[in-house]
Design a binder for this molecule. Structure first.
Ligand code: NAD
Length: 453
């Protein structure tokens, strides 16, 4: 079947109102959970083929996320979808006011390759929970995971409700010519602009989950041991191919030597090394070449080796870096960690403010004044104090960017709202209304109105 035909069928199916039924939504959320569990090995094998990601990392950073999302919506669907009563103001008496969440309709989800399951399936979970029909286009860059998702979705779900579409740039371009009620995109800022432009032609609302250069600041008041351990994990997990990974470090000069030693120690302790089963490959040779070019040999503090054939790049720390270096121009999205030292905390915050708003920011300190300055002065999608990336693991927090790092957010109730329209409904009694608002007007009526409003 042609994709245009599937989109038309989804539009017809949405009109039948079946997806609004809570039992229907729960049934398919449970089905998705069961399909994932039944095909767990297929999912592990596909991601191993694509970029050597371990079963452990795939479960902890992808599968468990999706299963938790499903559990969250199964437990909270009733309260999320219930109309919310709100106060009715005096001019609308006698009346009742409610906000009713209604599904937007037909959704297009476009995924990225770096956490291929989480980034395609988690938005699907939220979209179905909110009562929509959905088409997902996973990233063709991780070909095996894309094929695995296409298989498990299309073999188990009616295409008029949920359909996975296999394709690259050409297919996505065609898809973007069709009209949807919402486009949810995860990927680069560059492609995000293409999506936004295409969506604008149909006035289609978008959520754009993009990237950016996310800083981690380590002050002399930090617990350095904890900071080093958490940063090494967050930066080199998935070989740095993580949108919220610390992109670069800003380290207070007086503790830099000591801190760098700790980073080295944890990289070795975690066995983040070429050919290790704990470590992930670079997705393709294009990215491998882009990344190896960013390694300035004169600035290597640790690592720097790579294996072109197997597409591994060793965890690499660069020191004596400055803001004008190539590695500081764009999001790195790989296992290269530039370190810039600073002496003045306030000035370093000002430097960050000179750049585009990042998707994440991290601060390591025990000093409450520094914590306040970090929270109040910087603008970023989301972040942590004394940790990295774990804010994503709390479904009570929204996940999304700001400025160049994205538009909108999801996770937990925010995901439900992202795929819903908040419909305002005022219900009036048919009695007890003063005639004052109706013509013919008079000075006397106006003076009463002025007192009321
Ligand atoms: P990408 O922008 O190259 O691709 C994302 C999707 O867009 C893919 O499905 C691809 O097929 C499609 N696409 C690519 N070029 C297109 C074009 N010209 N027209 C239409 N569609 C097109 O991104 P990527 O390489 O898959 O992912 C890396 C980027 O994504 C990084 O910048 C990273 O920070 C960001 N990212 C953000 C998040 C987040 O949640 N905010 C998560 C993961 C990745």
């Amino acid at each position: 079947m042609e994709i245009q035909e599937i989109v038309s069928k989804q539009k017809e199916f949405f009109k039948t109102q079946q997806t609004k039924n809570l039992r229907f939504r729960k049934m398919y959320l449970e089905k998705l959970r069961d399909v994932i569990l039944q095909n767990e090995n297929l999912l592990y094998e596909a991601i191993e083929k694509d970029f050597g990601k371990s079963k452990f990392d795939t479960f902890t950073t992808e599968i468990s996320f999706i299963l938790n999302d499903i559990k969250y919506y199964l437990n909270n669907l009733k309260s999320l979808s219930k109309p919310k009563k709100v106060r009715t103001n005096i001019i609308n008496q006698i009346g009742k006011s409610r906000i009713c969440s209604e599904p937007l309709g037909n959704i297009l989800i476009i995924g990225a390759w770096n956490y291929p399951y989480q980034l395609s399936l988690s938005p699907i979970v939220a979209a179905l929970a909110a009562g929509n029909c959905c088409i997902v286009k996973p990233s063709e860059i991780a070909e095996n995971t894309m094929k695995a998702m296409v298989k498990i979705i299309n073999e188990n779900f009616p295409s008029e409700y949920l359909y996975a579409y296999e394709g690259g740039i050409n297919e996505t371009t065609e898809l973007l010519k069709l009209k949807f009620d919402k486009i949810f995109f995860t990927g680069s800022t560059k492609v995000g602009k293409i999506i936004y432009e295409a969506a604008a032609k149909n006035l289609t609302p978008v959520t754009l989950e993009l990237g950016g250069k996310s800083p981690a600041i380590i002050t002399k008041e930090a617990n350095l041991e904890v900071a080093a351990k958490r940063i090494v994990w967050g930066k080199f997990l998935n070989a740095g191919q993580t949108c919220v990974a610390p992109d670069y470090l800003l380290v207070e000069e007086s503790v830099q030597e000591q801190f760098l030693e700790m980073l080295r120690k944890y990289i070795q302790e975690f066995k983040y090394e070429i050919n290790s089963e704990n470590y992930t490959r670079i997705i393709n040779s294009k990215n491998f070449e882009r990344l190896t070019k960013l390694i300035n040999k004169d600035k290597i503090y640790f690592g720097g080796n790579s294996d072109q054939e197997k597409l591994y790049i060793e965890p690499t720390i660069l020191t004596n870096v400055n803001w004008n270096d190539d590695v500081m121009q764009d999001e790195i999205f790989g296992p290269i960690l530039p370190v810039i030292s600073f002496t003045n905390f306030n000035l370093v915050l000002n430097e960050i403010l000179e750049h585009e708003k990042p998707l994440a920011a991290y601060l390591f300190t025990q000093n409450s004044e520094e914590k306040e300055m970090f929270k109040n002065k910087l603008s970023f999608g989301g972040g942590c104090i004394n940790d990295v990336m774990m804010h994503l693991g709390n479904e009570n927090l929204p996940f999304g960017g700001v400025g160049n790092s994205g538009i909108g957010n999801y996770h937990g109730k925010f995901g439900f709202e992202t795929f819903s329209h908040q419909k305002a409904v005022l219900e009036k009694a048919t009695w007890g209304e003063p005639n004052i608002k109706y013509p013919p007007y008079s000075e006397k009526k106006l003076s009463w109105i002025k007192r009321f409003l």
